[in-house]
Design a protein around this ligand. Structure first.
Ligand SMILES: [Zn+2]
Length: 291
């Protein structure tokens, strides 16, 4: 329907915004008992420029490797060097987005280990990454408990280990989380954030540093989305109609270069409000809305 791809919107942002805020420590860093992190450069949304790869398991291994997302050979070589000293048991994927899976197939082939993910992730990766083990809510694998958290992505899983939760793209330590319809669903995302509030205290996001007080961060995220939704509702009341008109009001506090991406999250809010009977499309066009 003529909507730009998220990849092309990332490109537009990257052309203007430098990834200056994202300078992670090099090498393998312990972040929680039994969890170490390695930030690798990936083609992700600025200001983030890296995706965290988490190694879960004892110091001498074997370890489960979560989200080896870099497609770049020099970055994959850093992880390969580390894994010559620490045996790997399997690859775990939080979801199917490119900056989380870019190195998964090469890694699994090199070490001859399974790739495990949710069924919806496996379906979306068909032809790119062979997911050989299907995980679902409550499954425990390599000492990691899987929690199904759809919303950012249809098959998103969070991996709990001890008092920490490897949070994928549910929250971000740097940058923001995009909810992109139709694979993104605002109502599901908010329900998943709510569910995570009763989970482990420490959140280990895919982008940026660890979040020590997870419940506080999740509460802040929920409040922020509620504020945004309130603004969408009042913009509709005051007569804004097209996505262009709505984004200018609802995201007036956001740099213009991000409005293309903001339109995606705006649409996610509108589709949620539509289901609740609080917004409707004009002439069936999802770029034009009224109360
Ligand atoms: Zn993602």
């Amino acid at each position: 329907m003529g909507e730009p791809t998220v990849e092309s919107l990332y490109e537009q942002v990257r052309a203007v915004v430098a990834a200056t805020e994202d300078e992670p420590a090099p090498g393998l860093v312990p972040v929680a008992p039994g969890i170490r992190v390695l930030a690798l450069r990936t083609p992700t949304l600025p200001p983030a420029a890296h995706t965290n790869v988490y190694l879960v398991g004892p110091e001498i291994g074997p370890v489960a490797v979560v989200d080896p997302g870099s497609p770049y050979p020099d970055q994959q070589a850093i992880l390969d060097t580390i894994l010559t000293a620490i045996p790997i048991s399997r690859v775990l994927l939080t979801h199917h987005h490119g900056d989380h899976i870019g190195g998964a197939a090469a890694l699994a082939a090199r070490w001859n280990v399974p790739v495990a993910a949710h069924a919806a992730t496996a379906r979306r990766l068909a032809g790119r990454v062979a997911v050989t083990e299907i995980l679902d809510d409550g499954d425990i694998v390599d000492g990691v408990r899987c929690v199904f958290t759809p919303g950012h992505a249809e098959g998103h899983l969070v991996f709990e280990h001890g008092d920490a939760s490897i949070a994928g793209d549910m929250v971000a330590g740097v940058g923001t989380i995009l909810i992109d319809p139709d694979e993104g669903d605002m109502a599901l995302y908010l329900a998943s954030l709510e569910r995570m509030r009763s989970g482990p205290r420490m959140l280990l996001p895919a982008h940026g540093p660890a979040i020590v007080d997870g419940p506080a961060k999740l509460t802040e995220y929920l409040a922020h989305r509620a504020m945004r939704e309130q603004r969408v509702a009042s913009a509709l009341t005051s007569g804004a109609q097209t996505l262009e008109q709505l984004v200018a009001v609802v995201y007036a506090d956001t740099p213009r270069v991000l409005w293309g991406l903001a339109e995606r999250s705006l649409l996610a809010h509108l589709l949620k409000l539509e289901r609740e009977g609080l917004a409707r499309r004009v002439d069936g066009d999802r770029r034009r809305w009224s109360r």
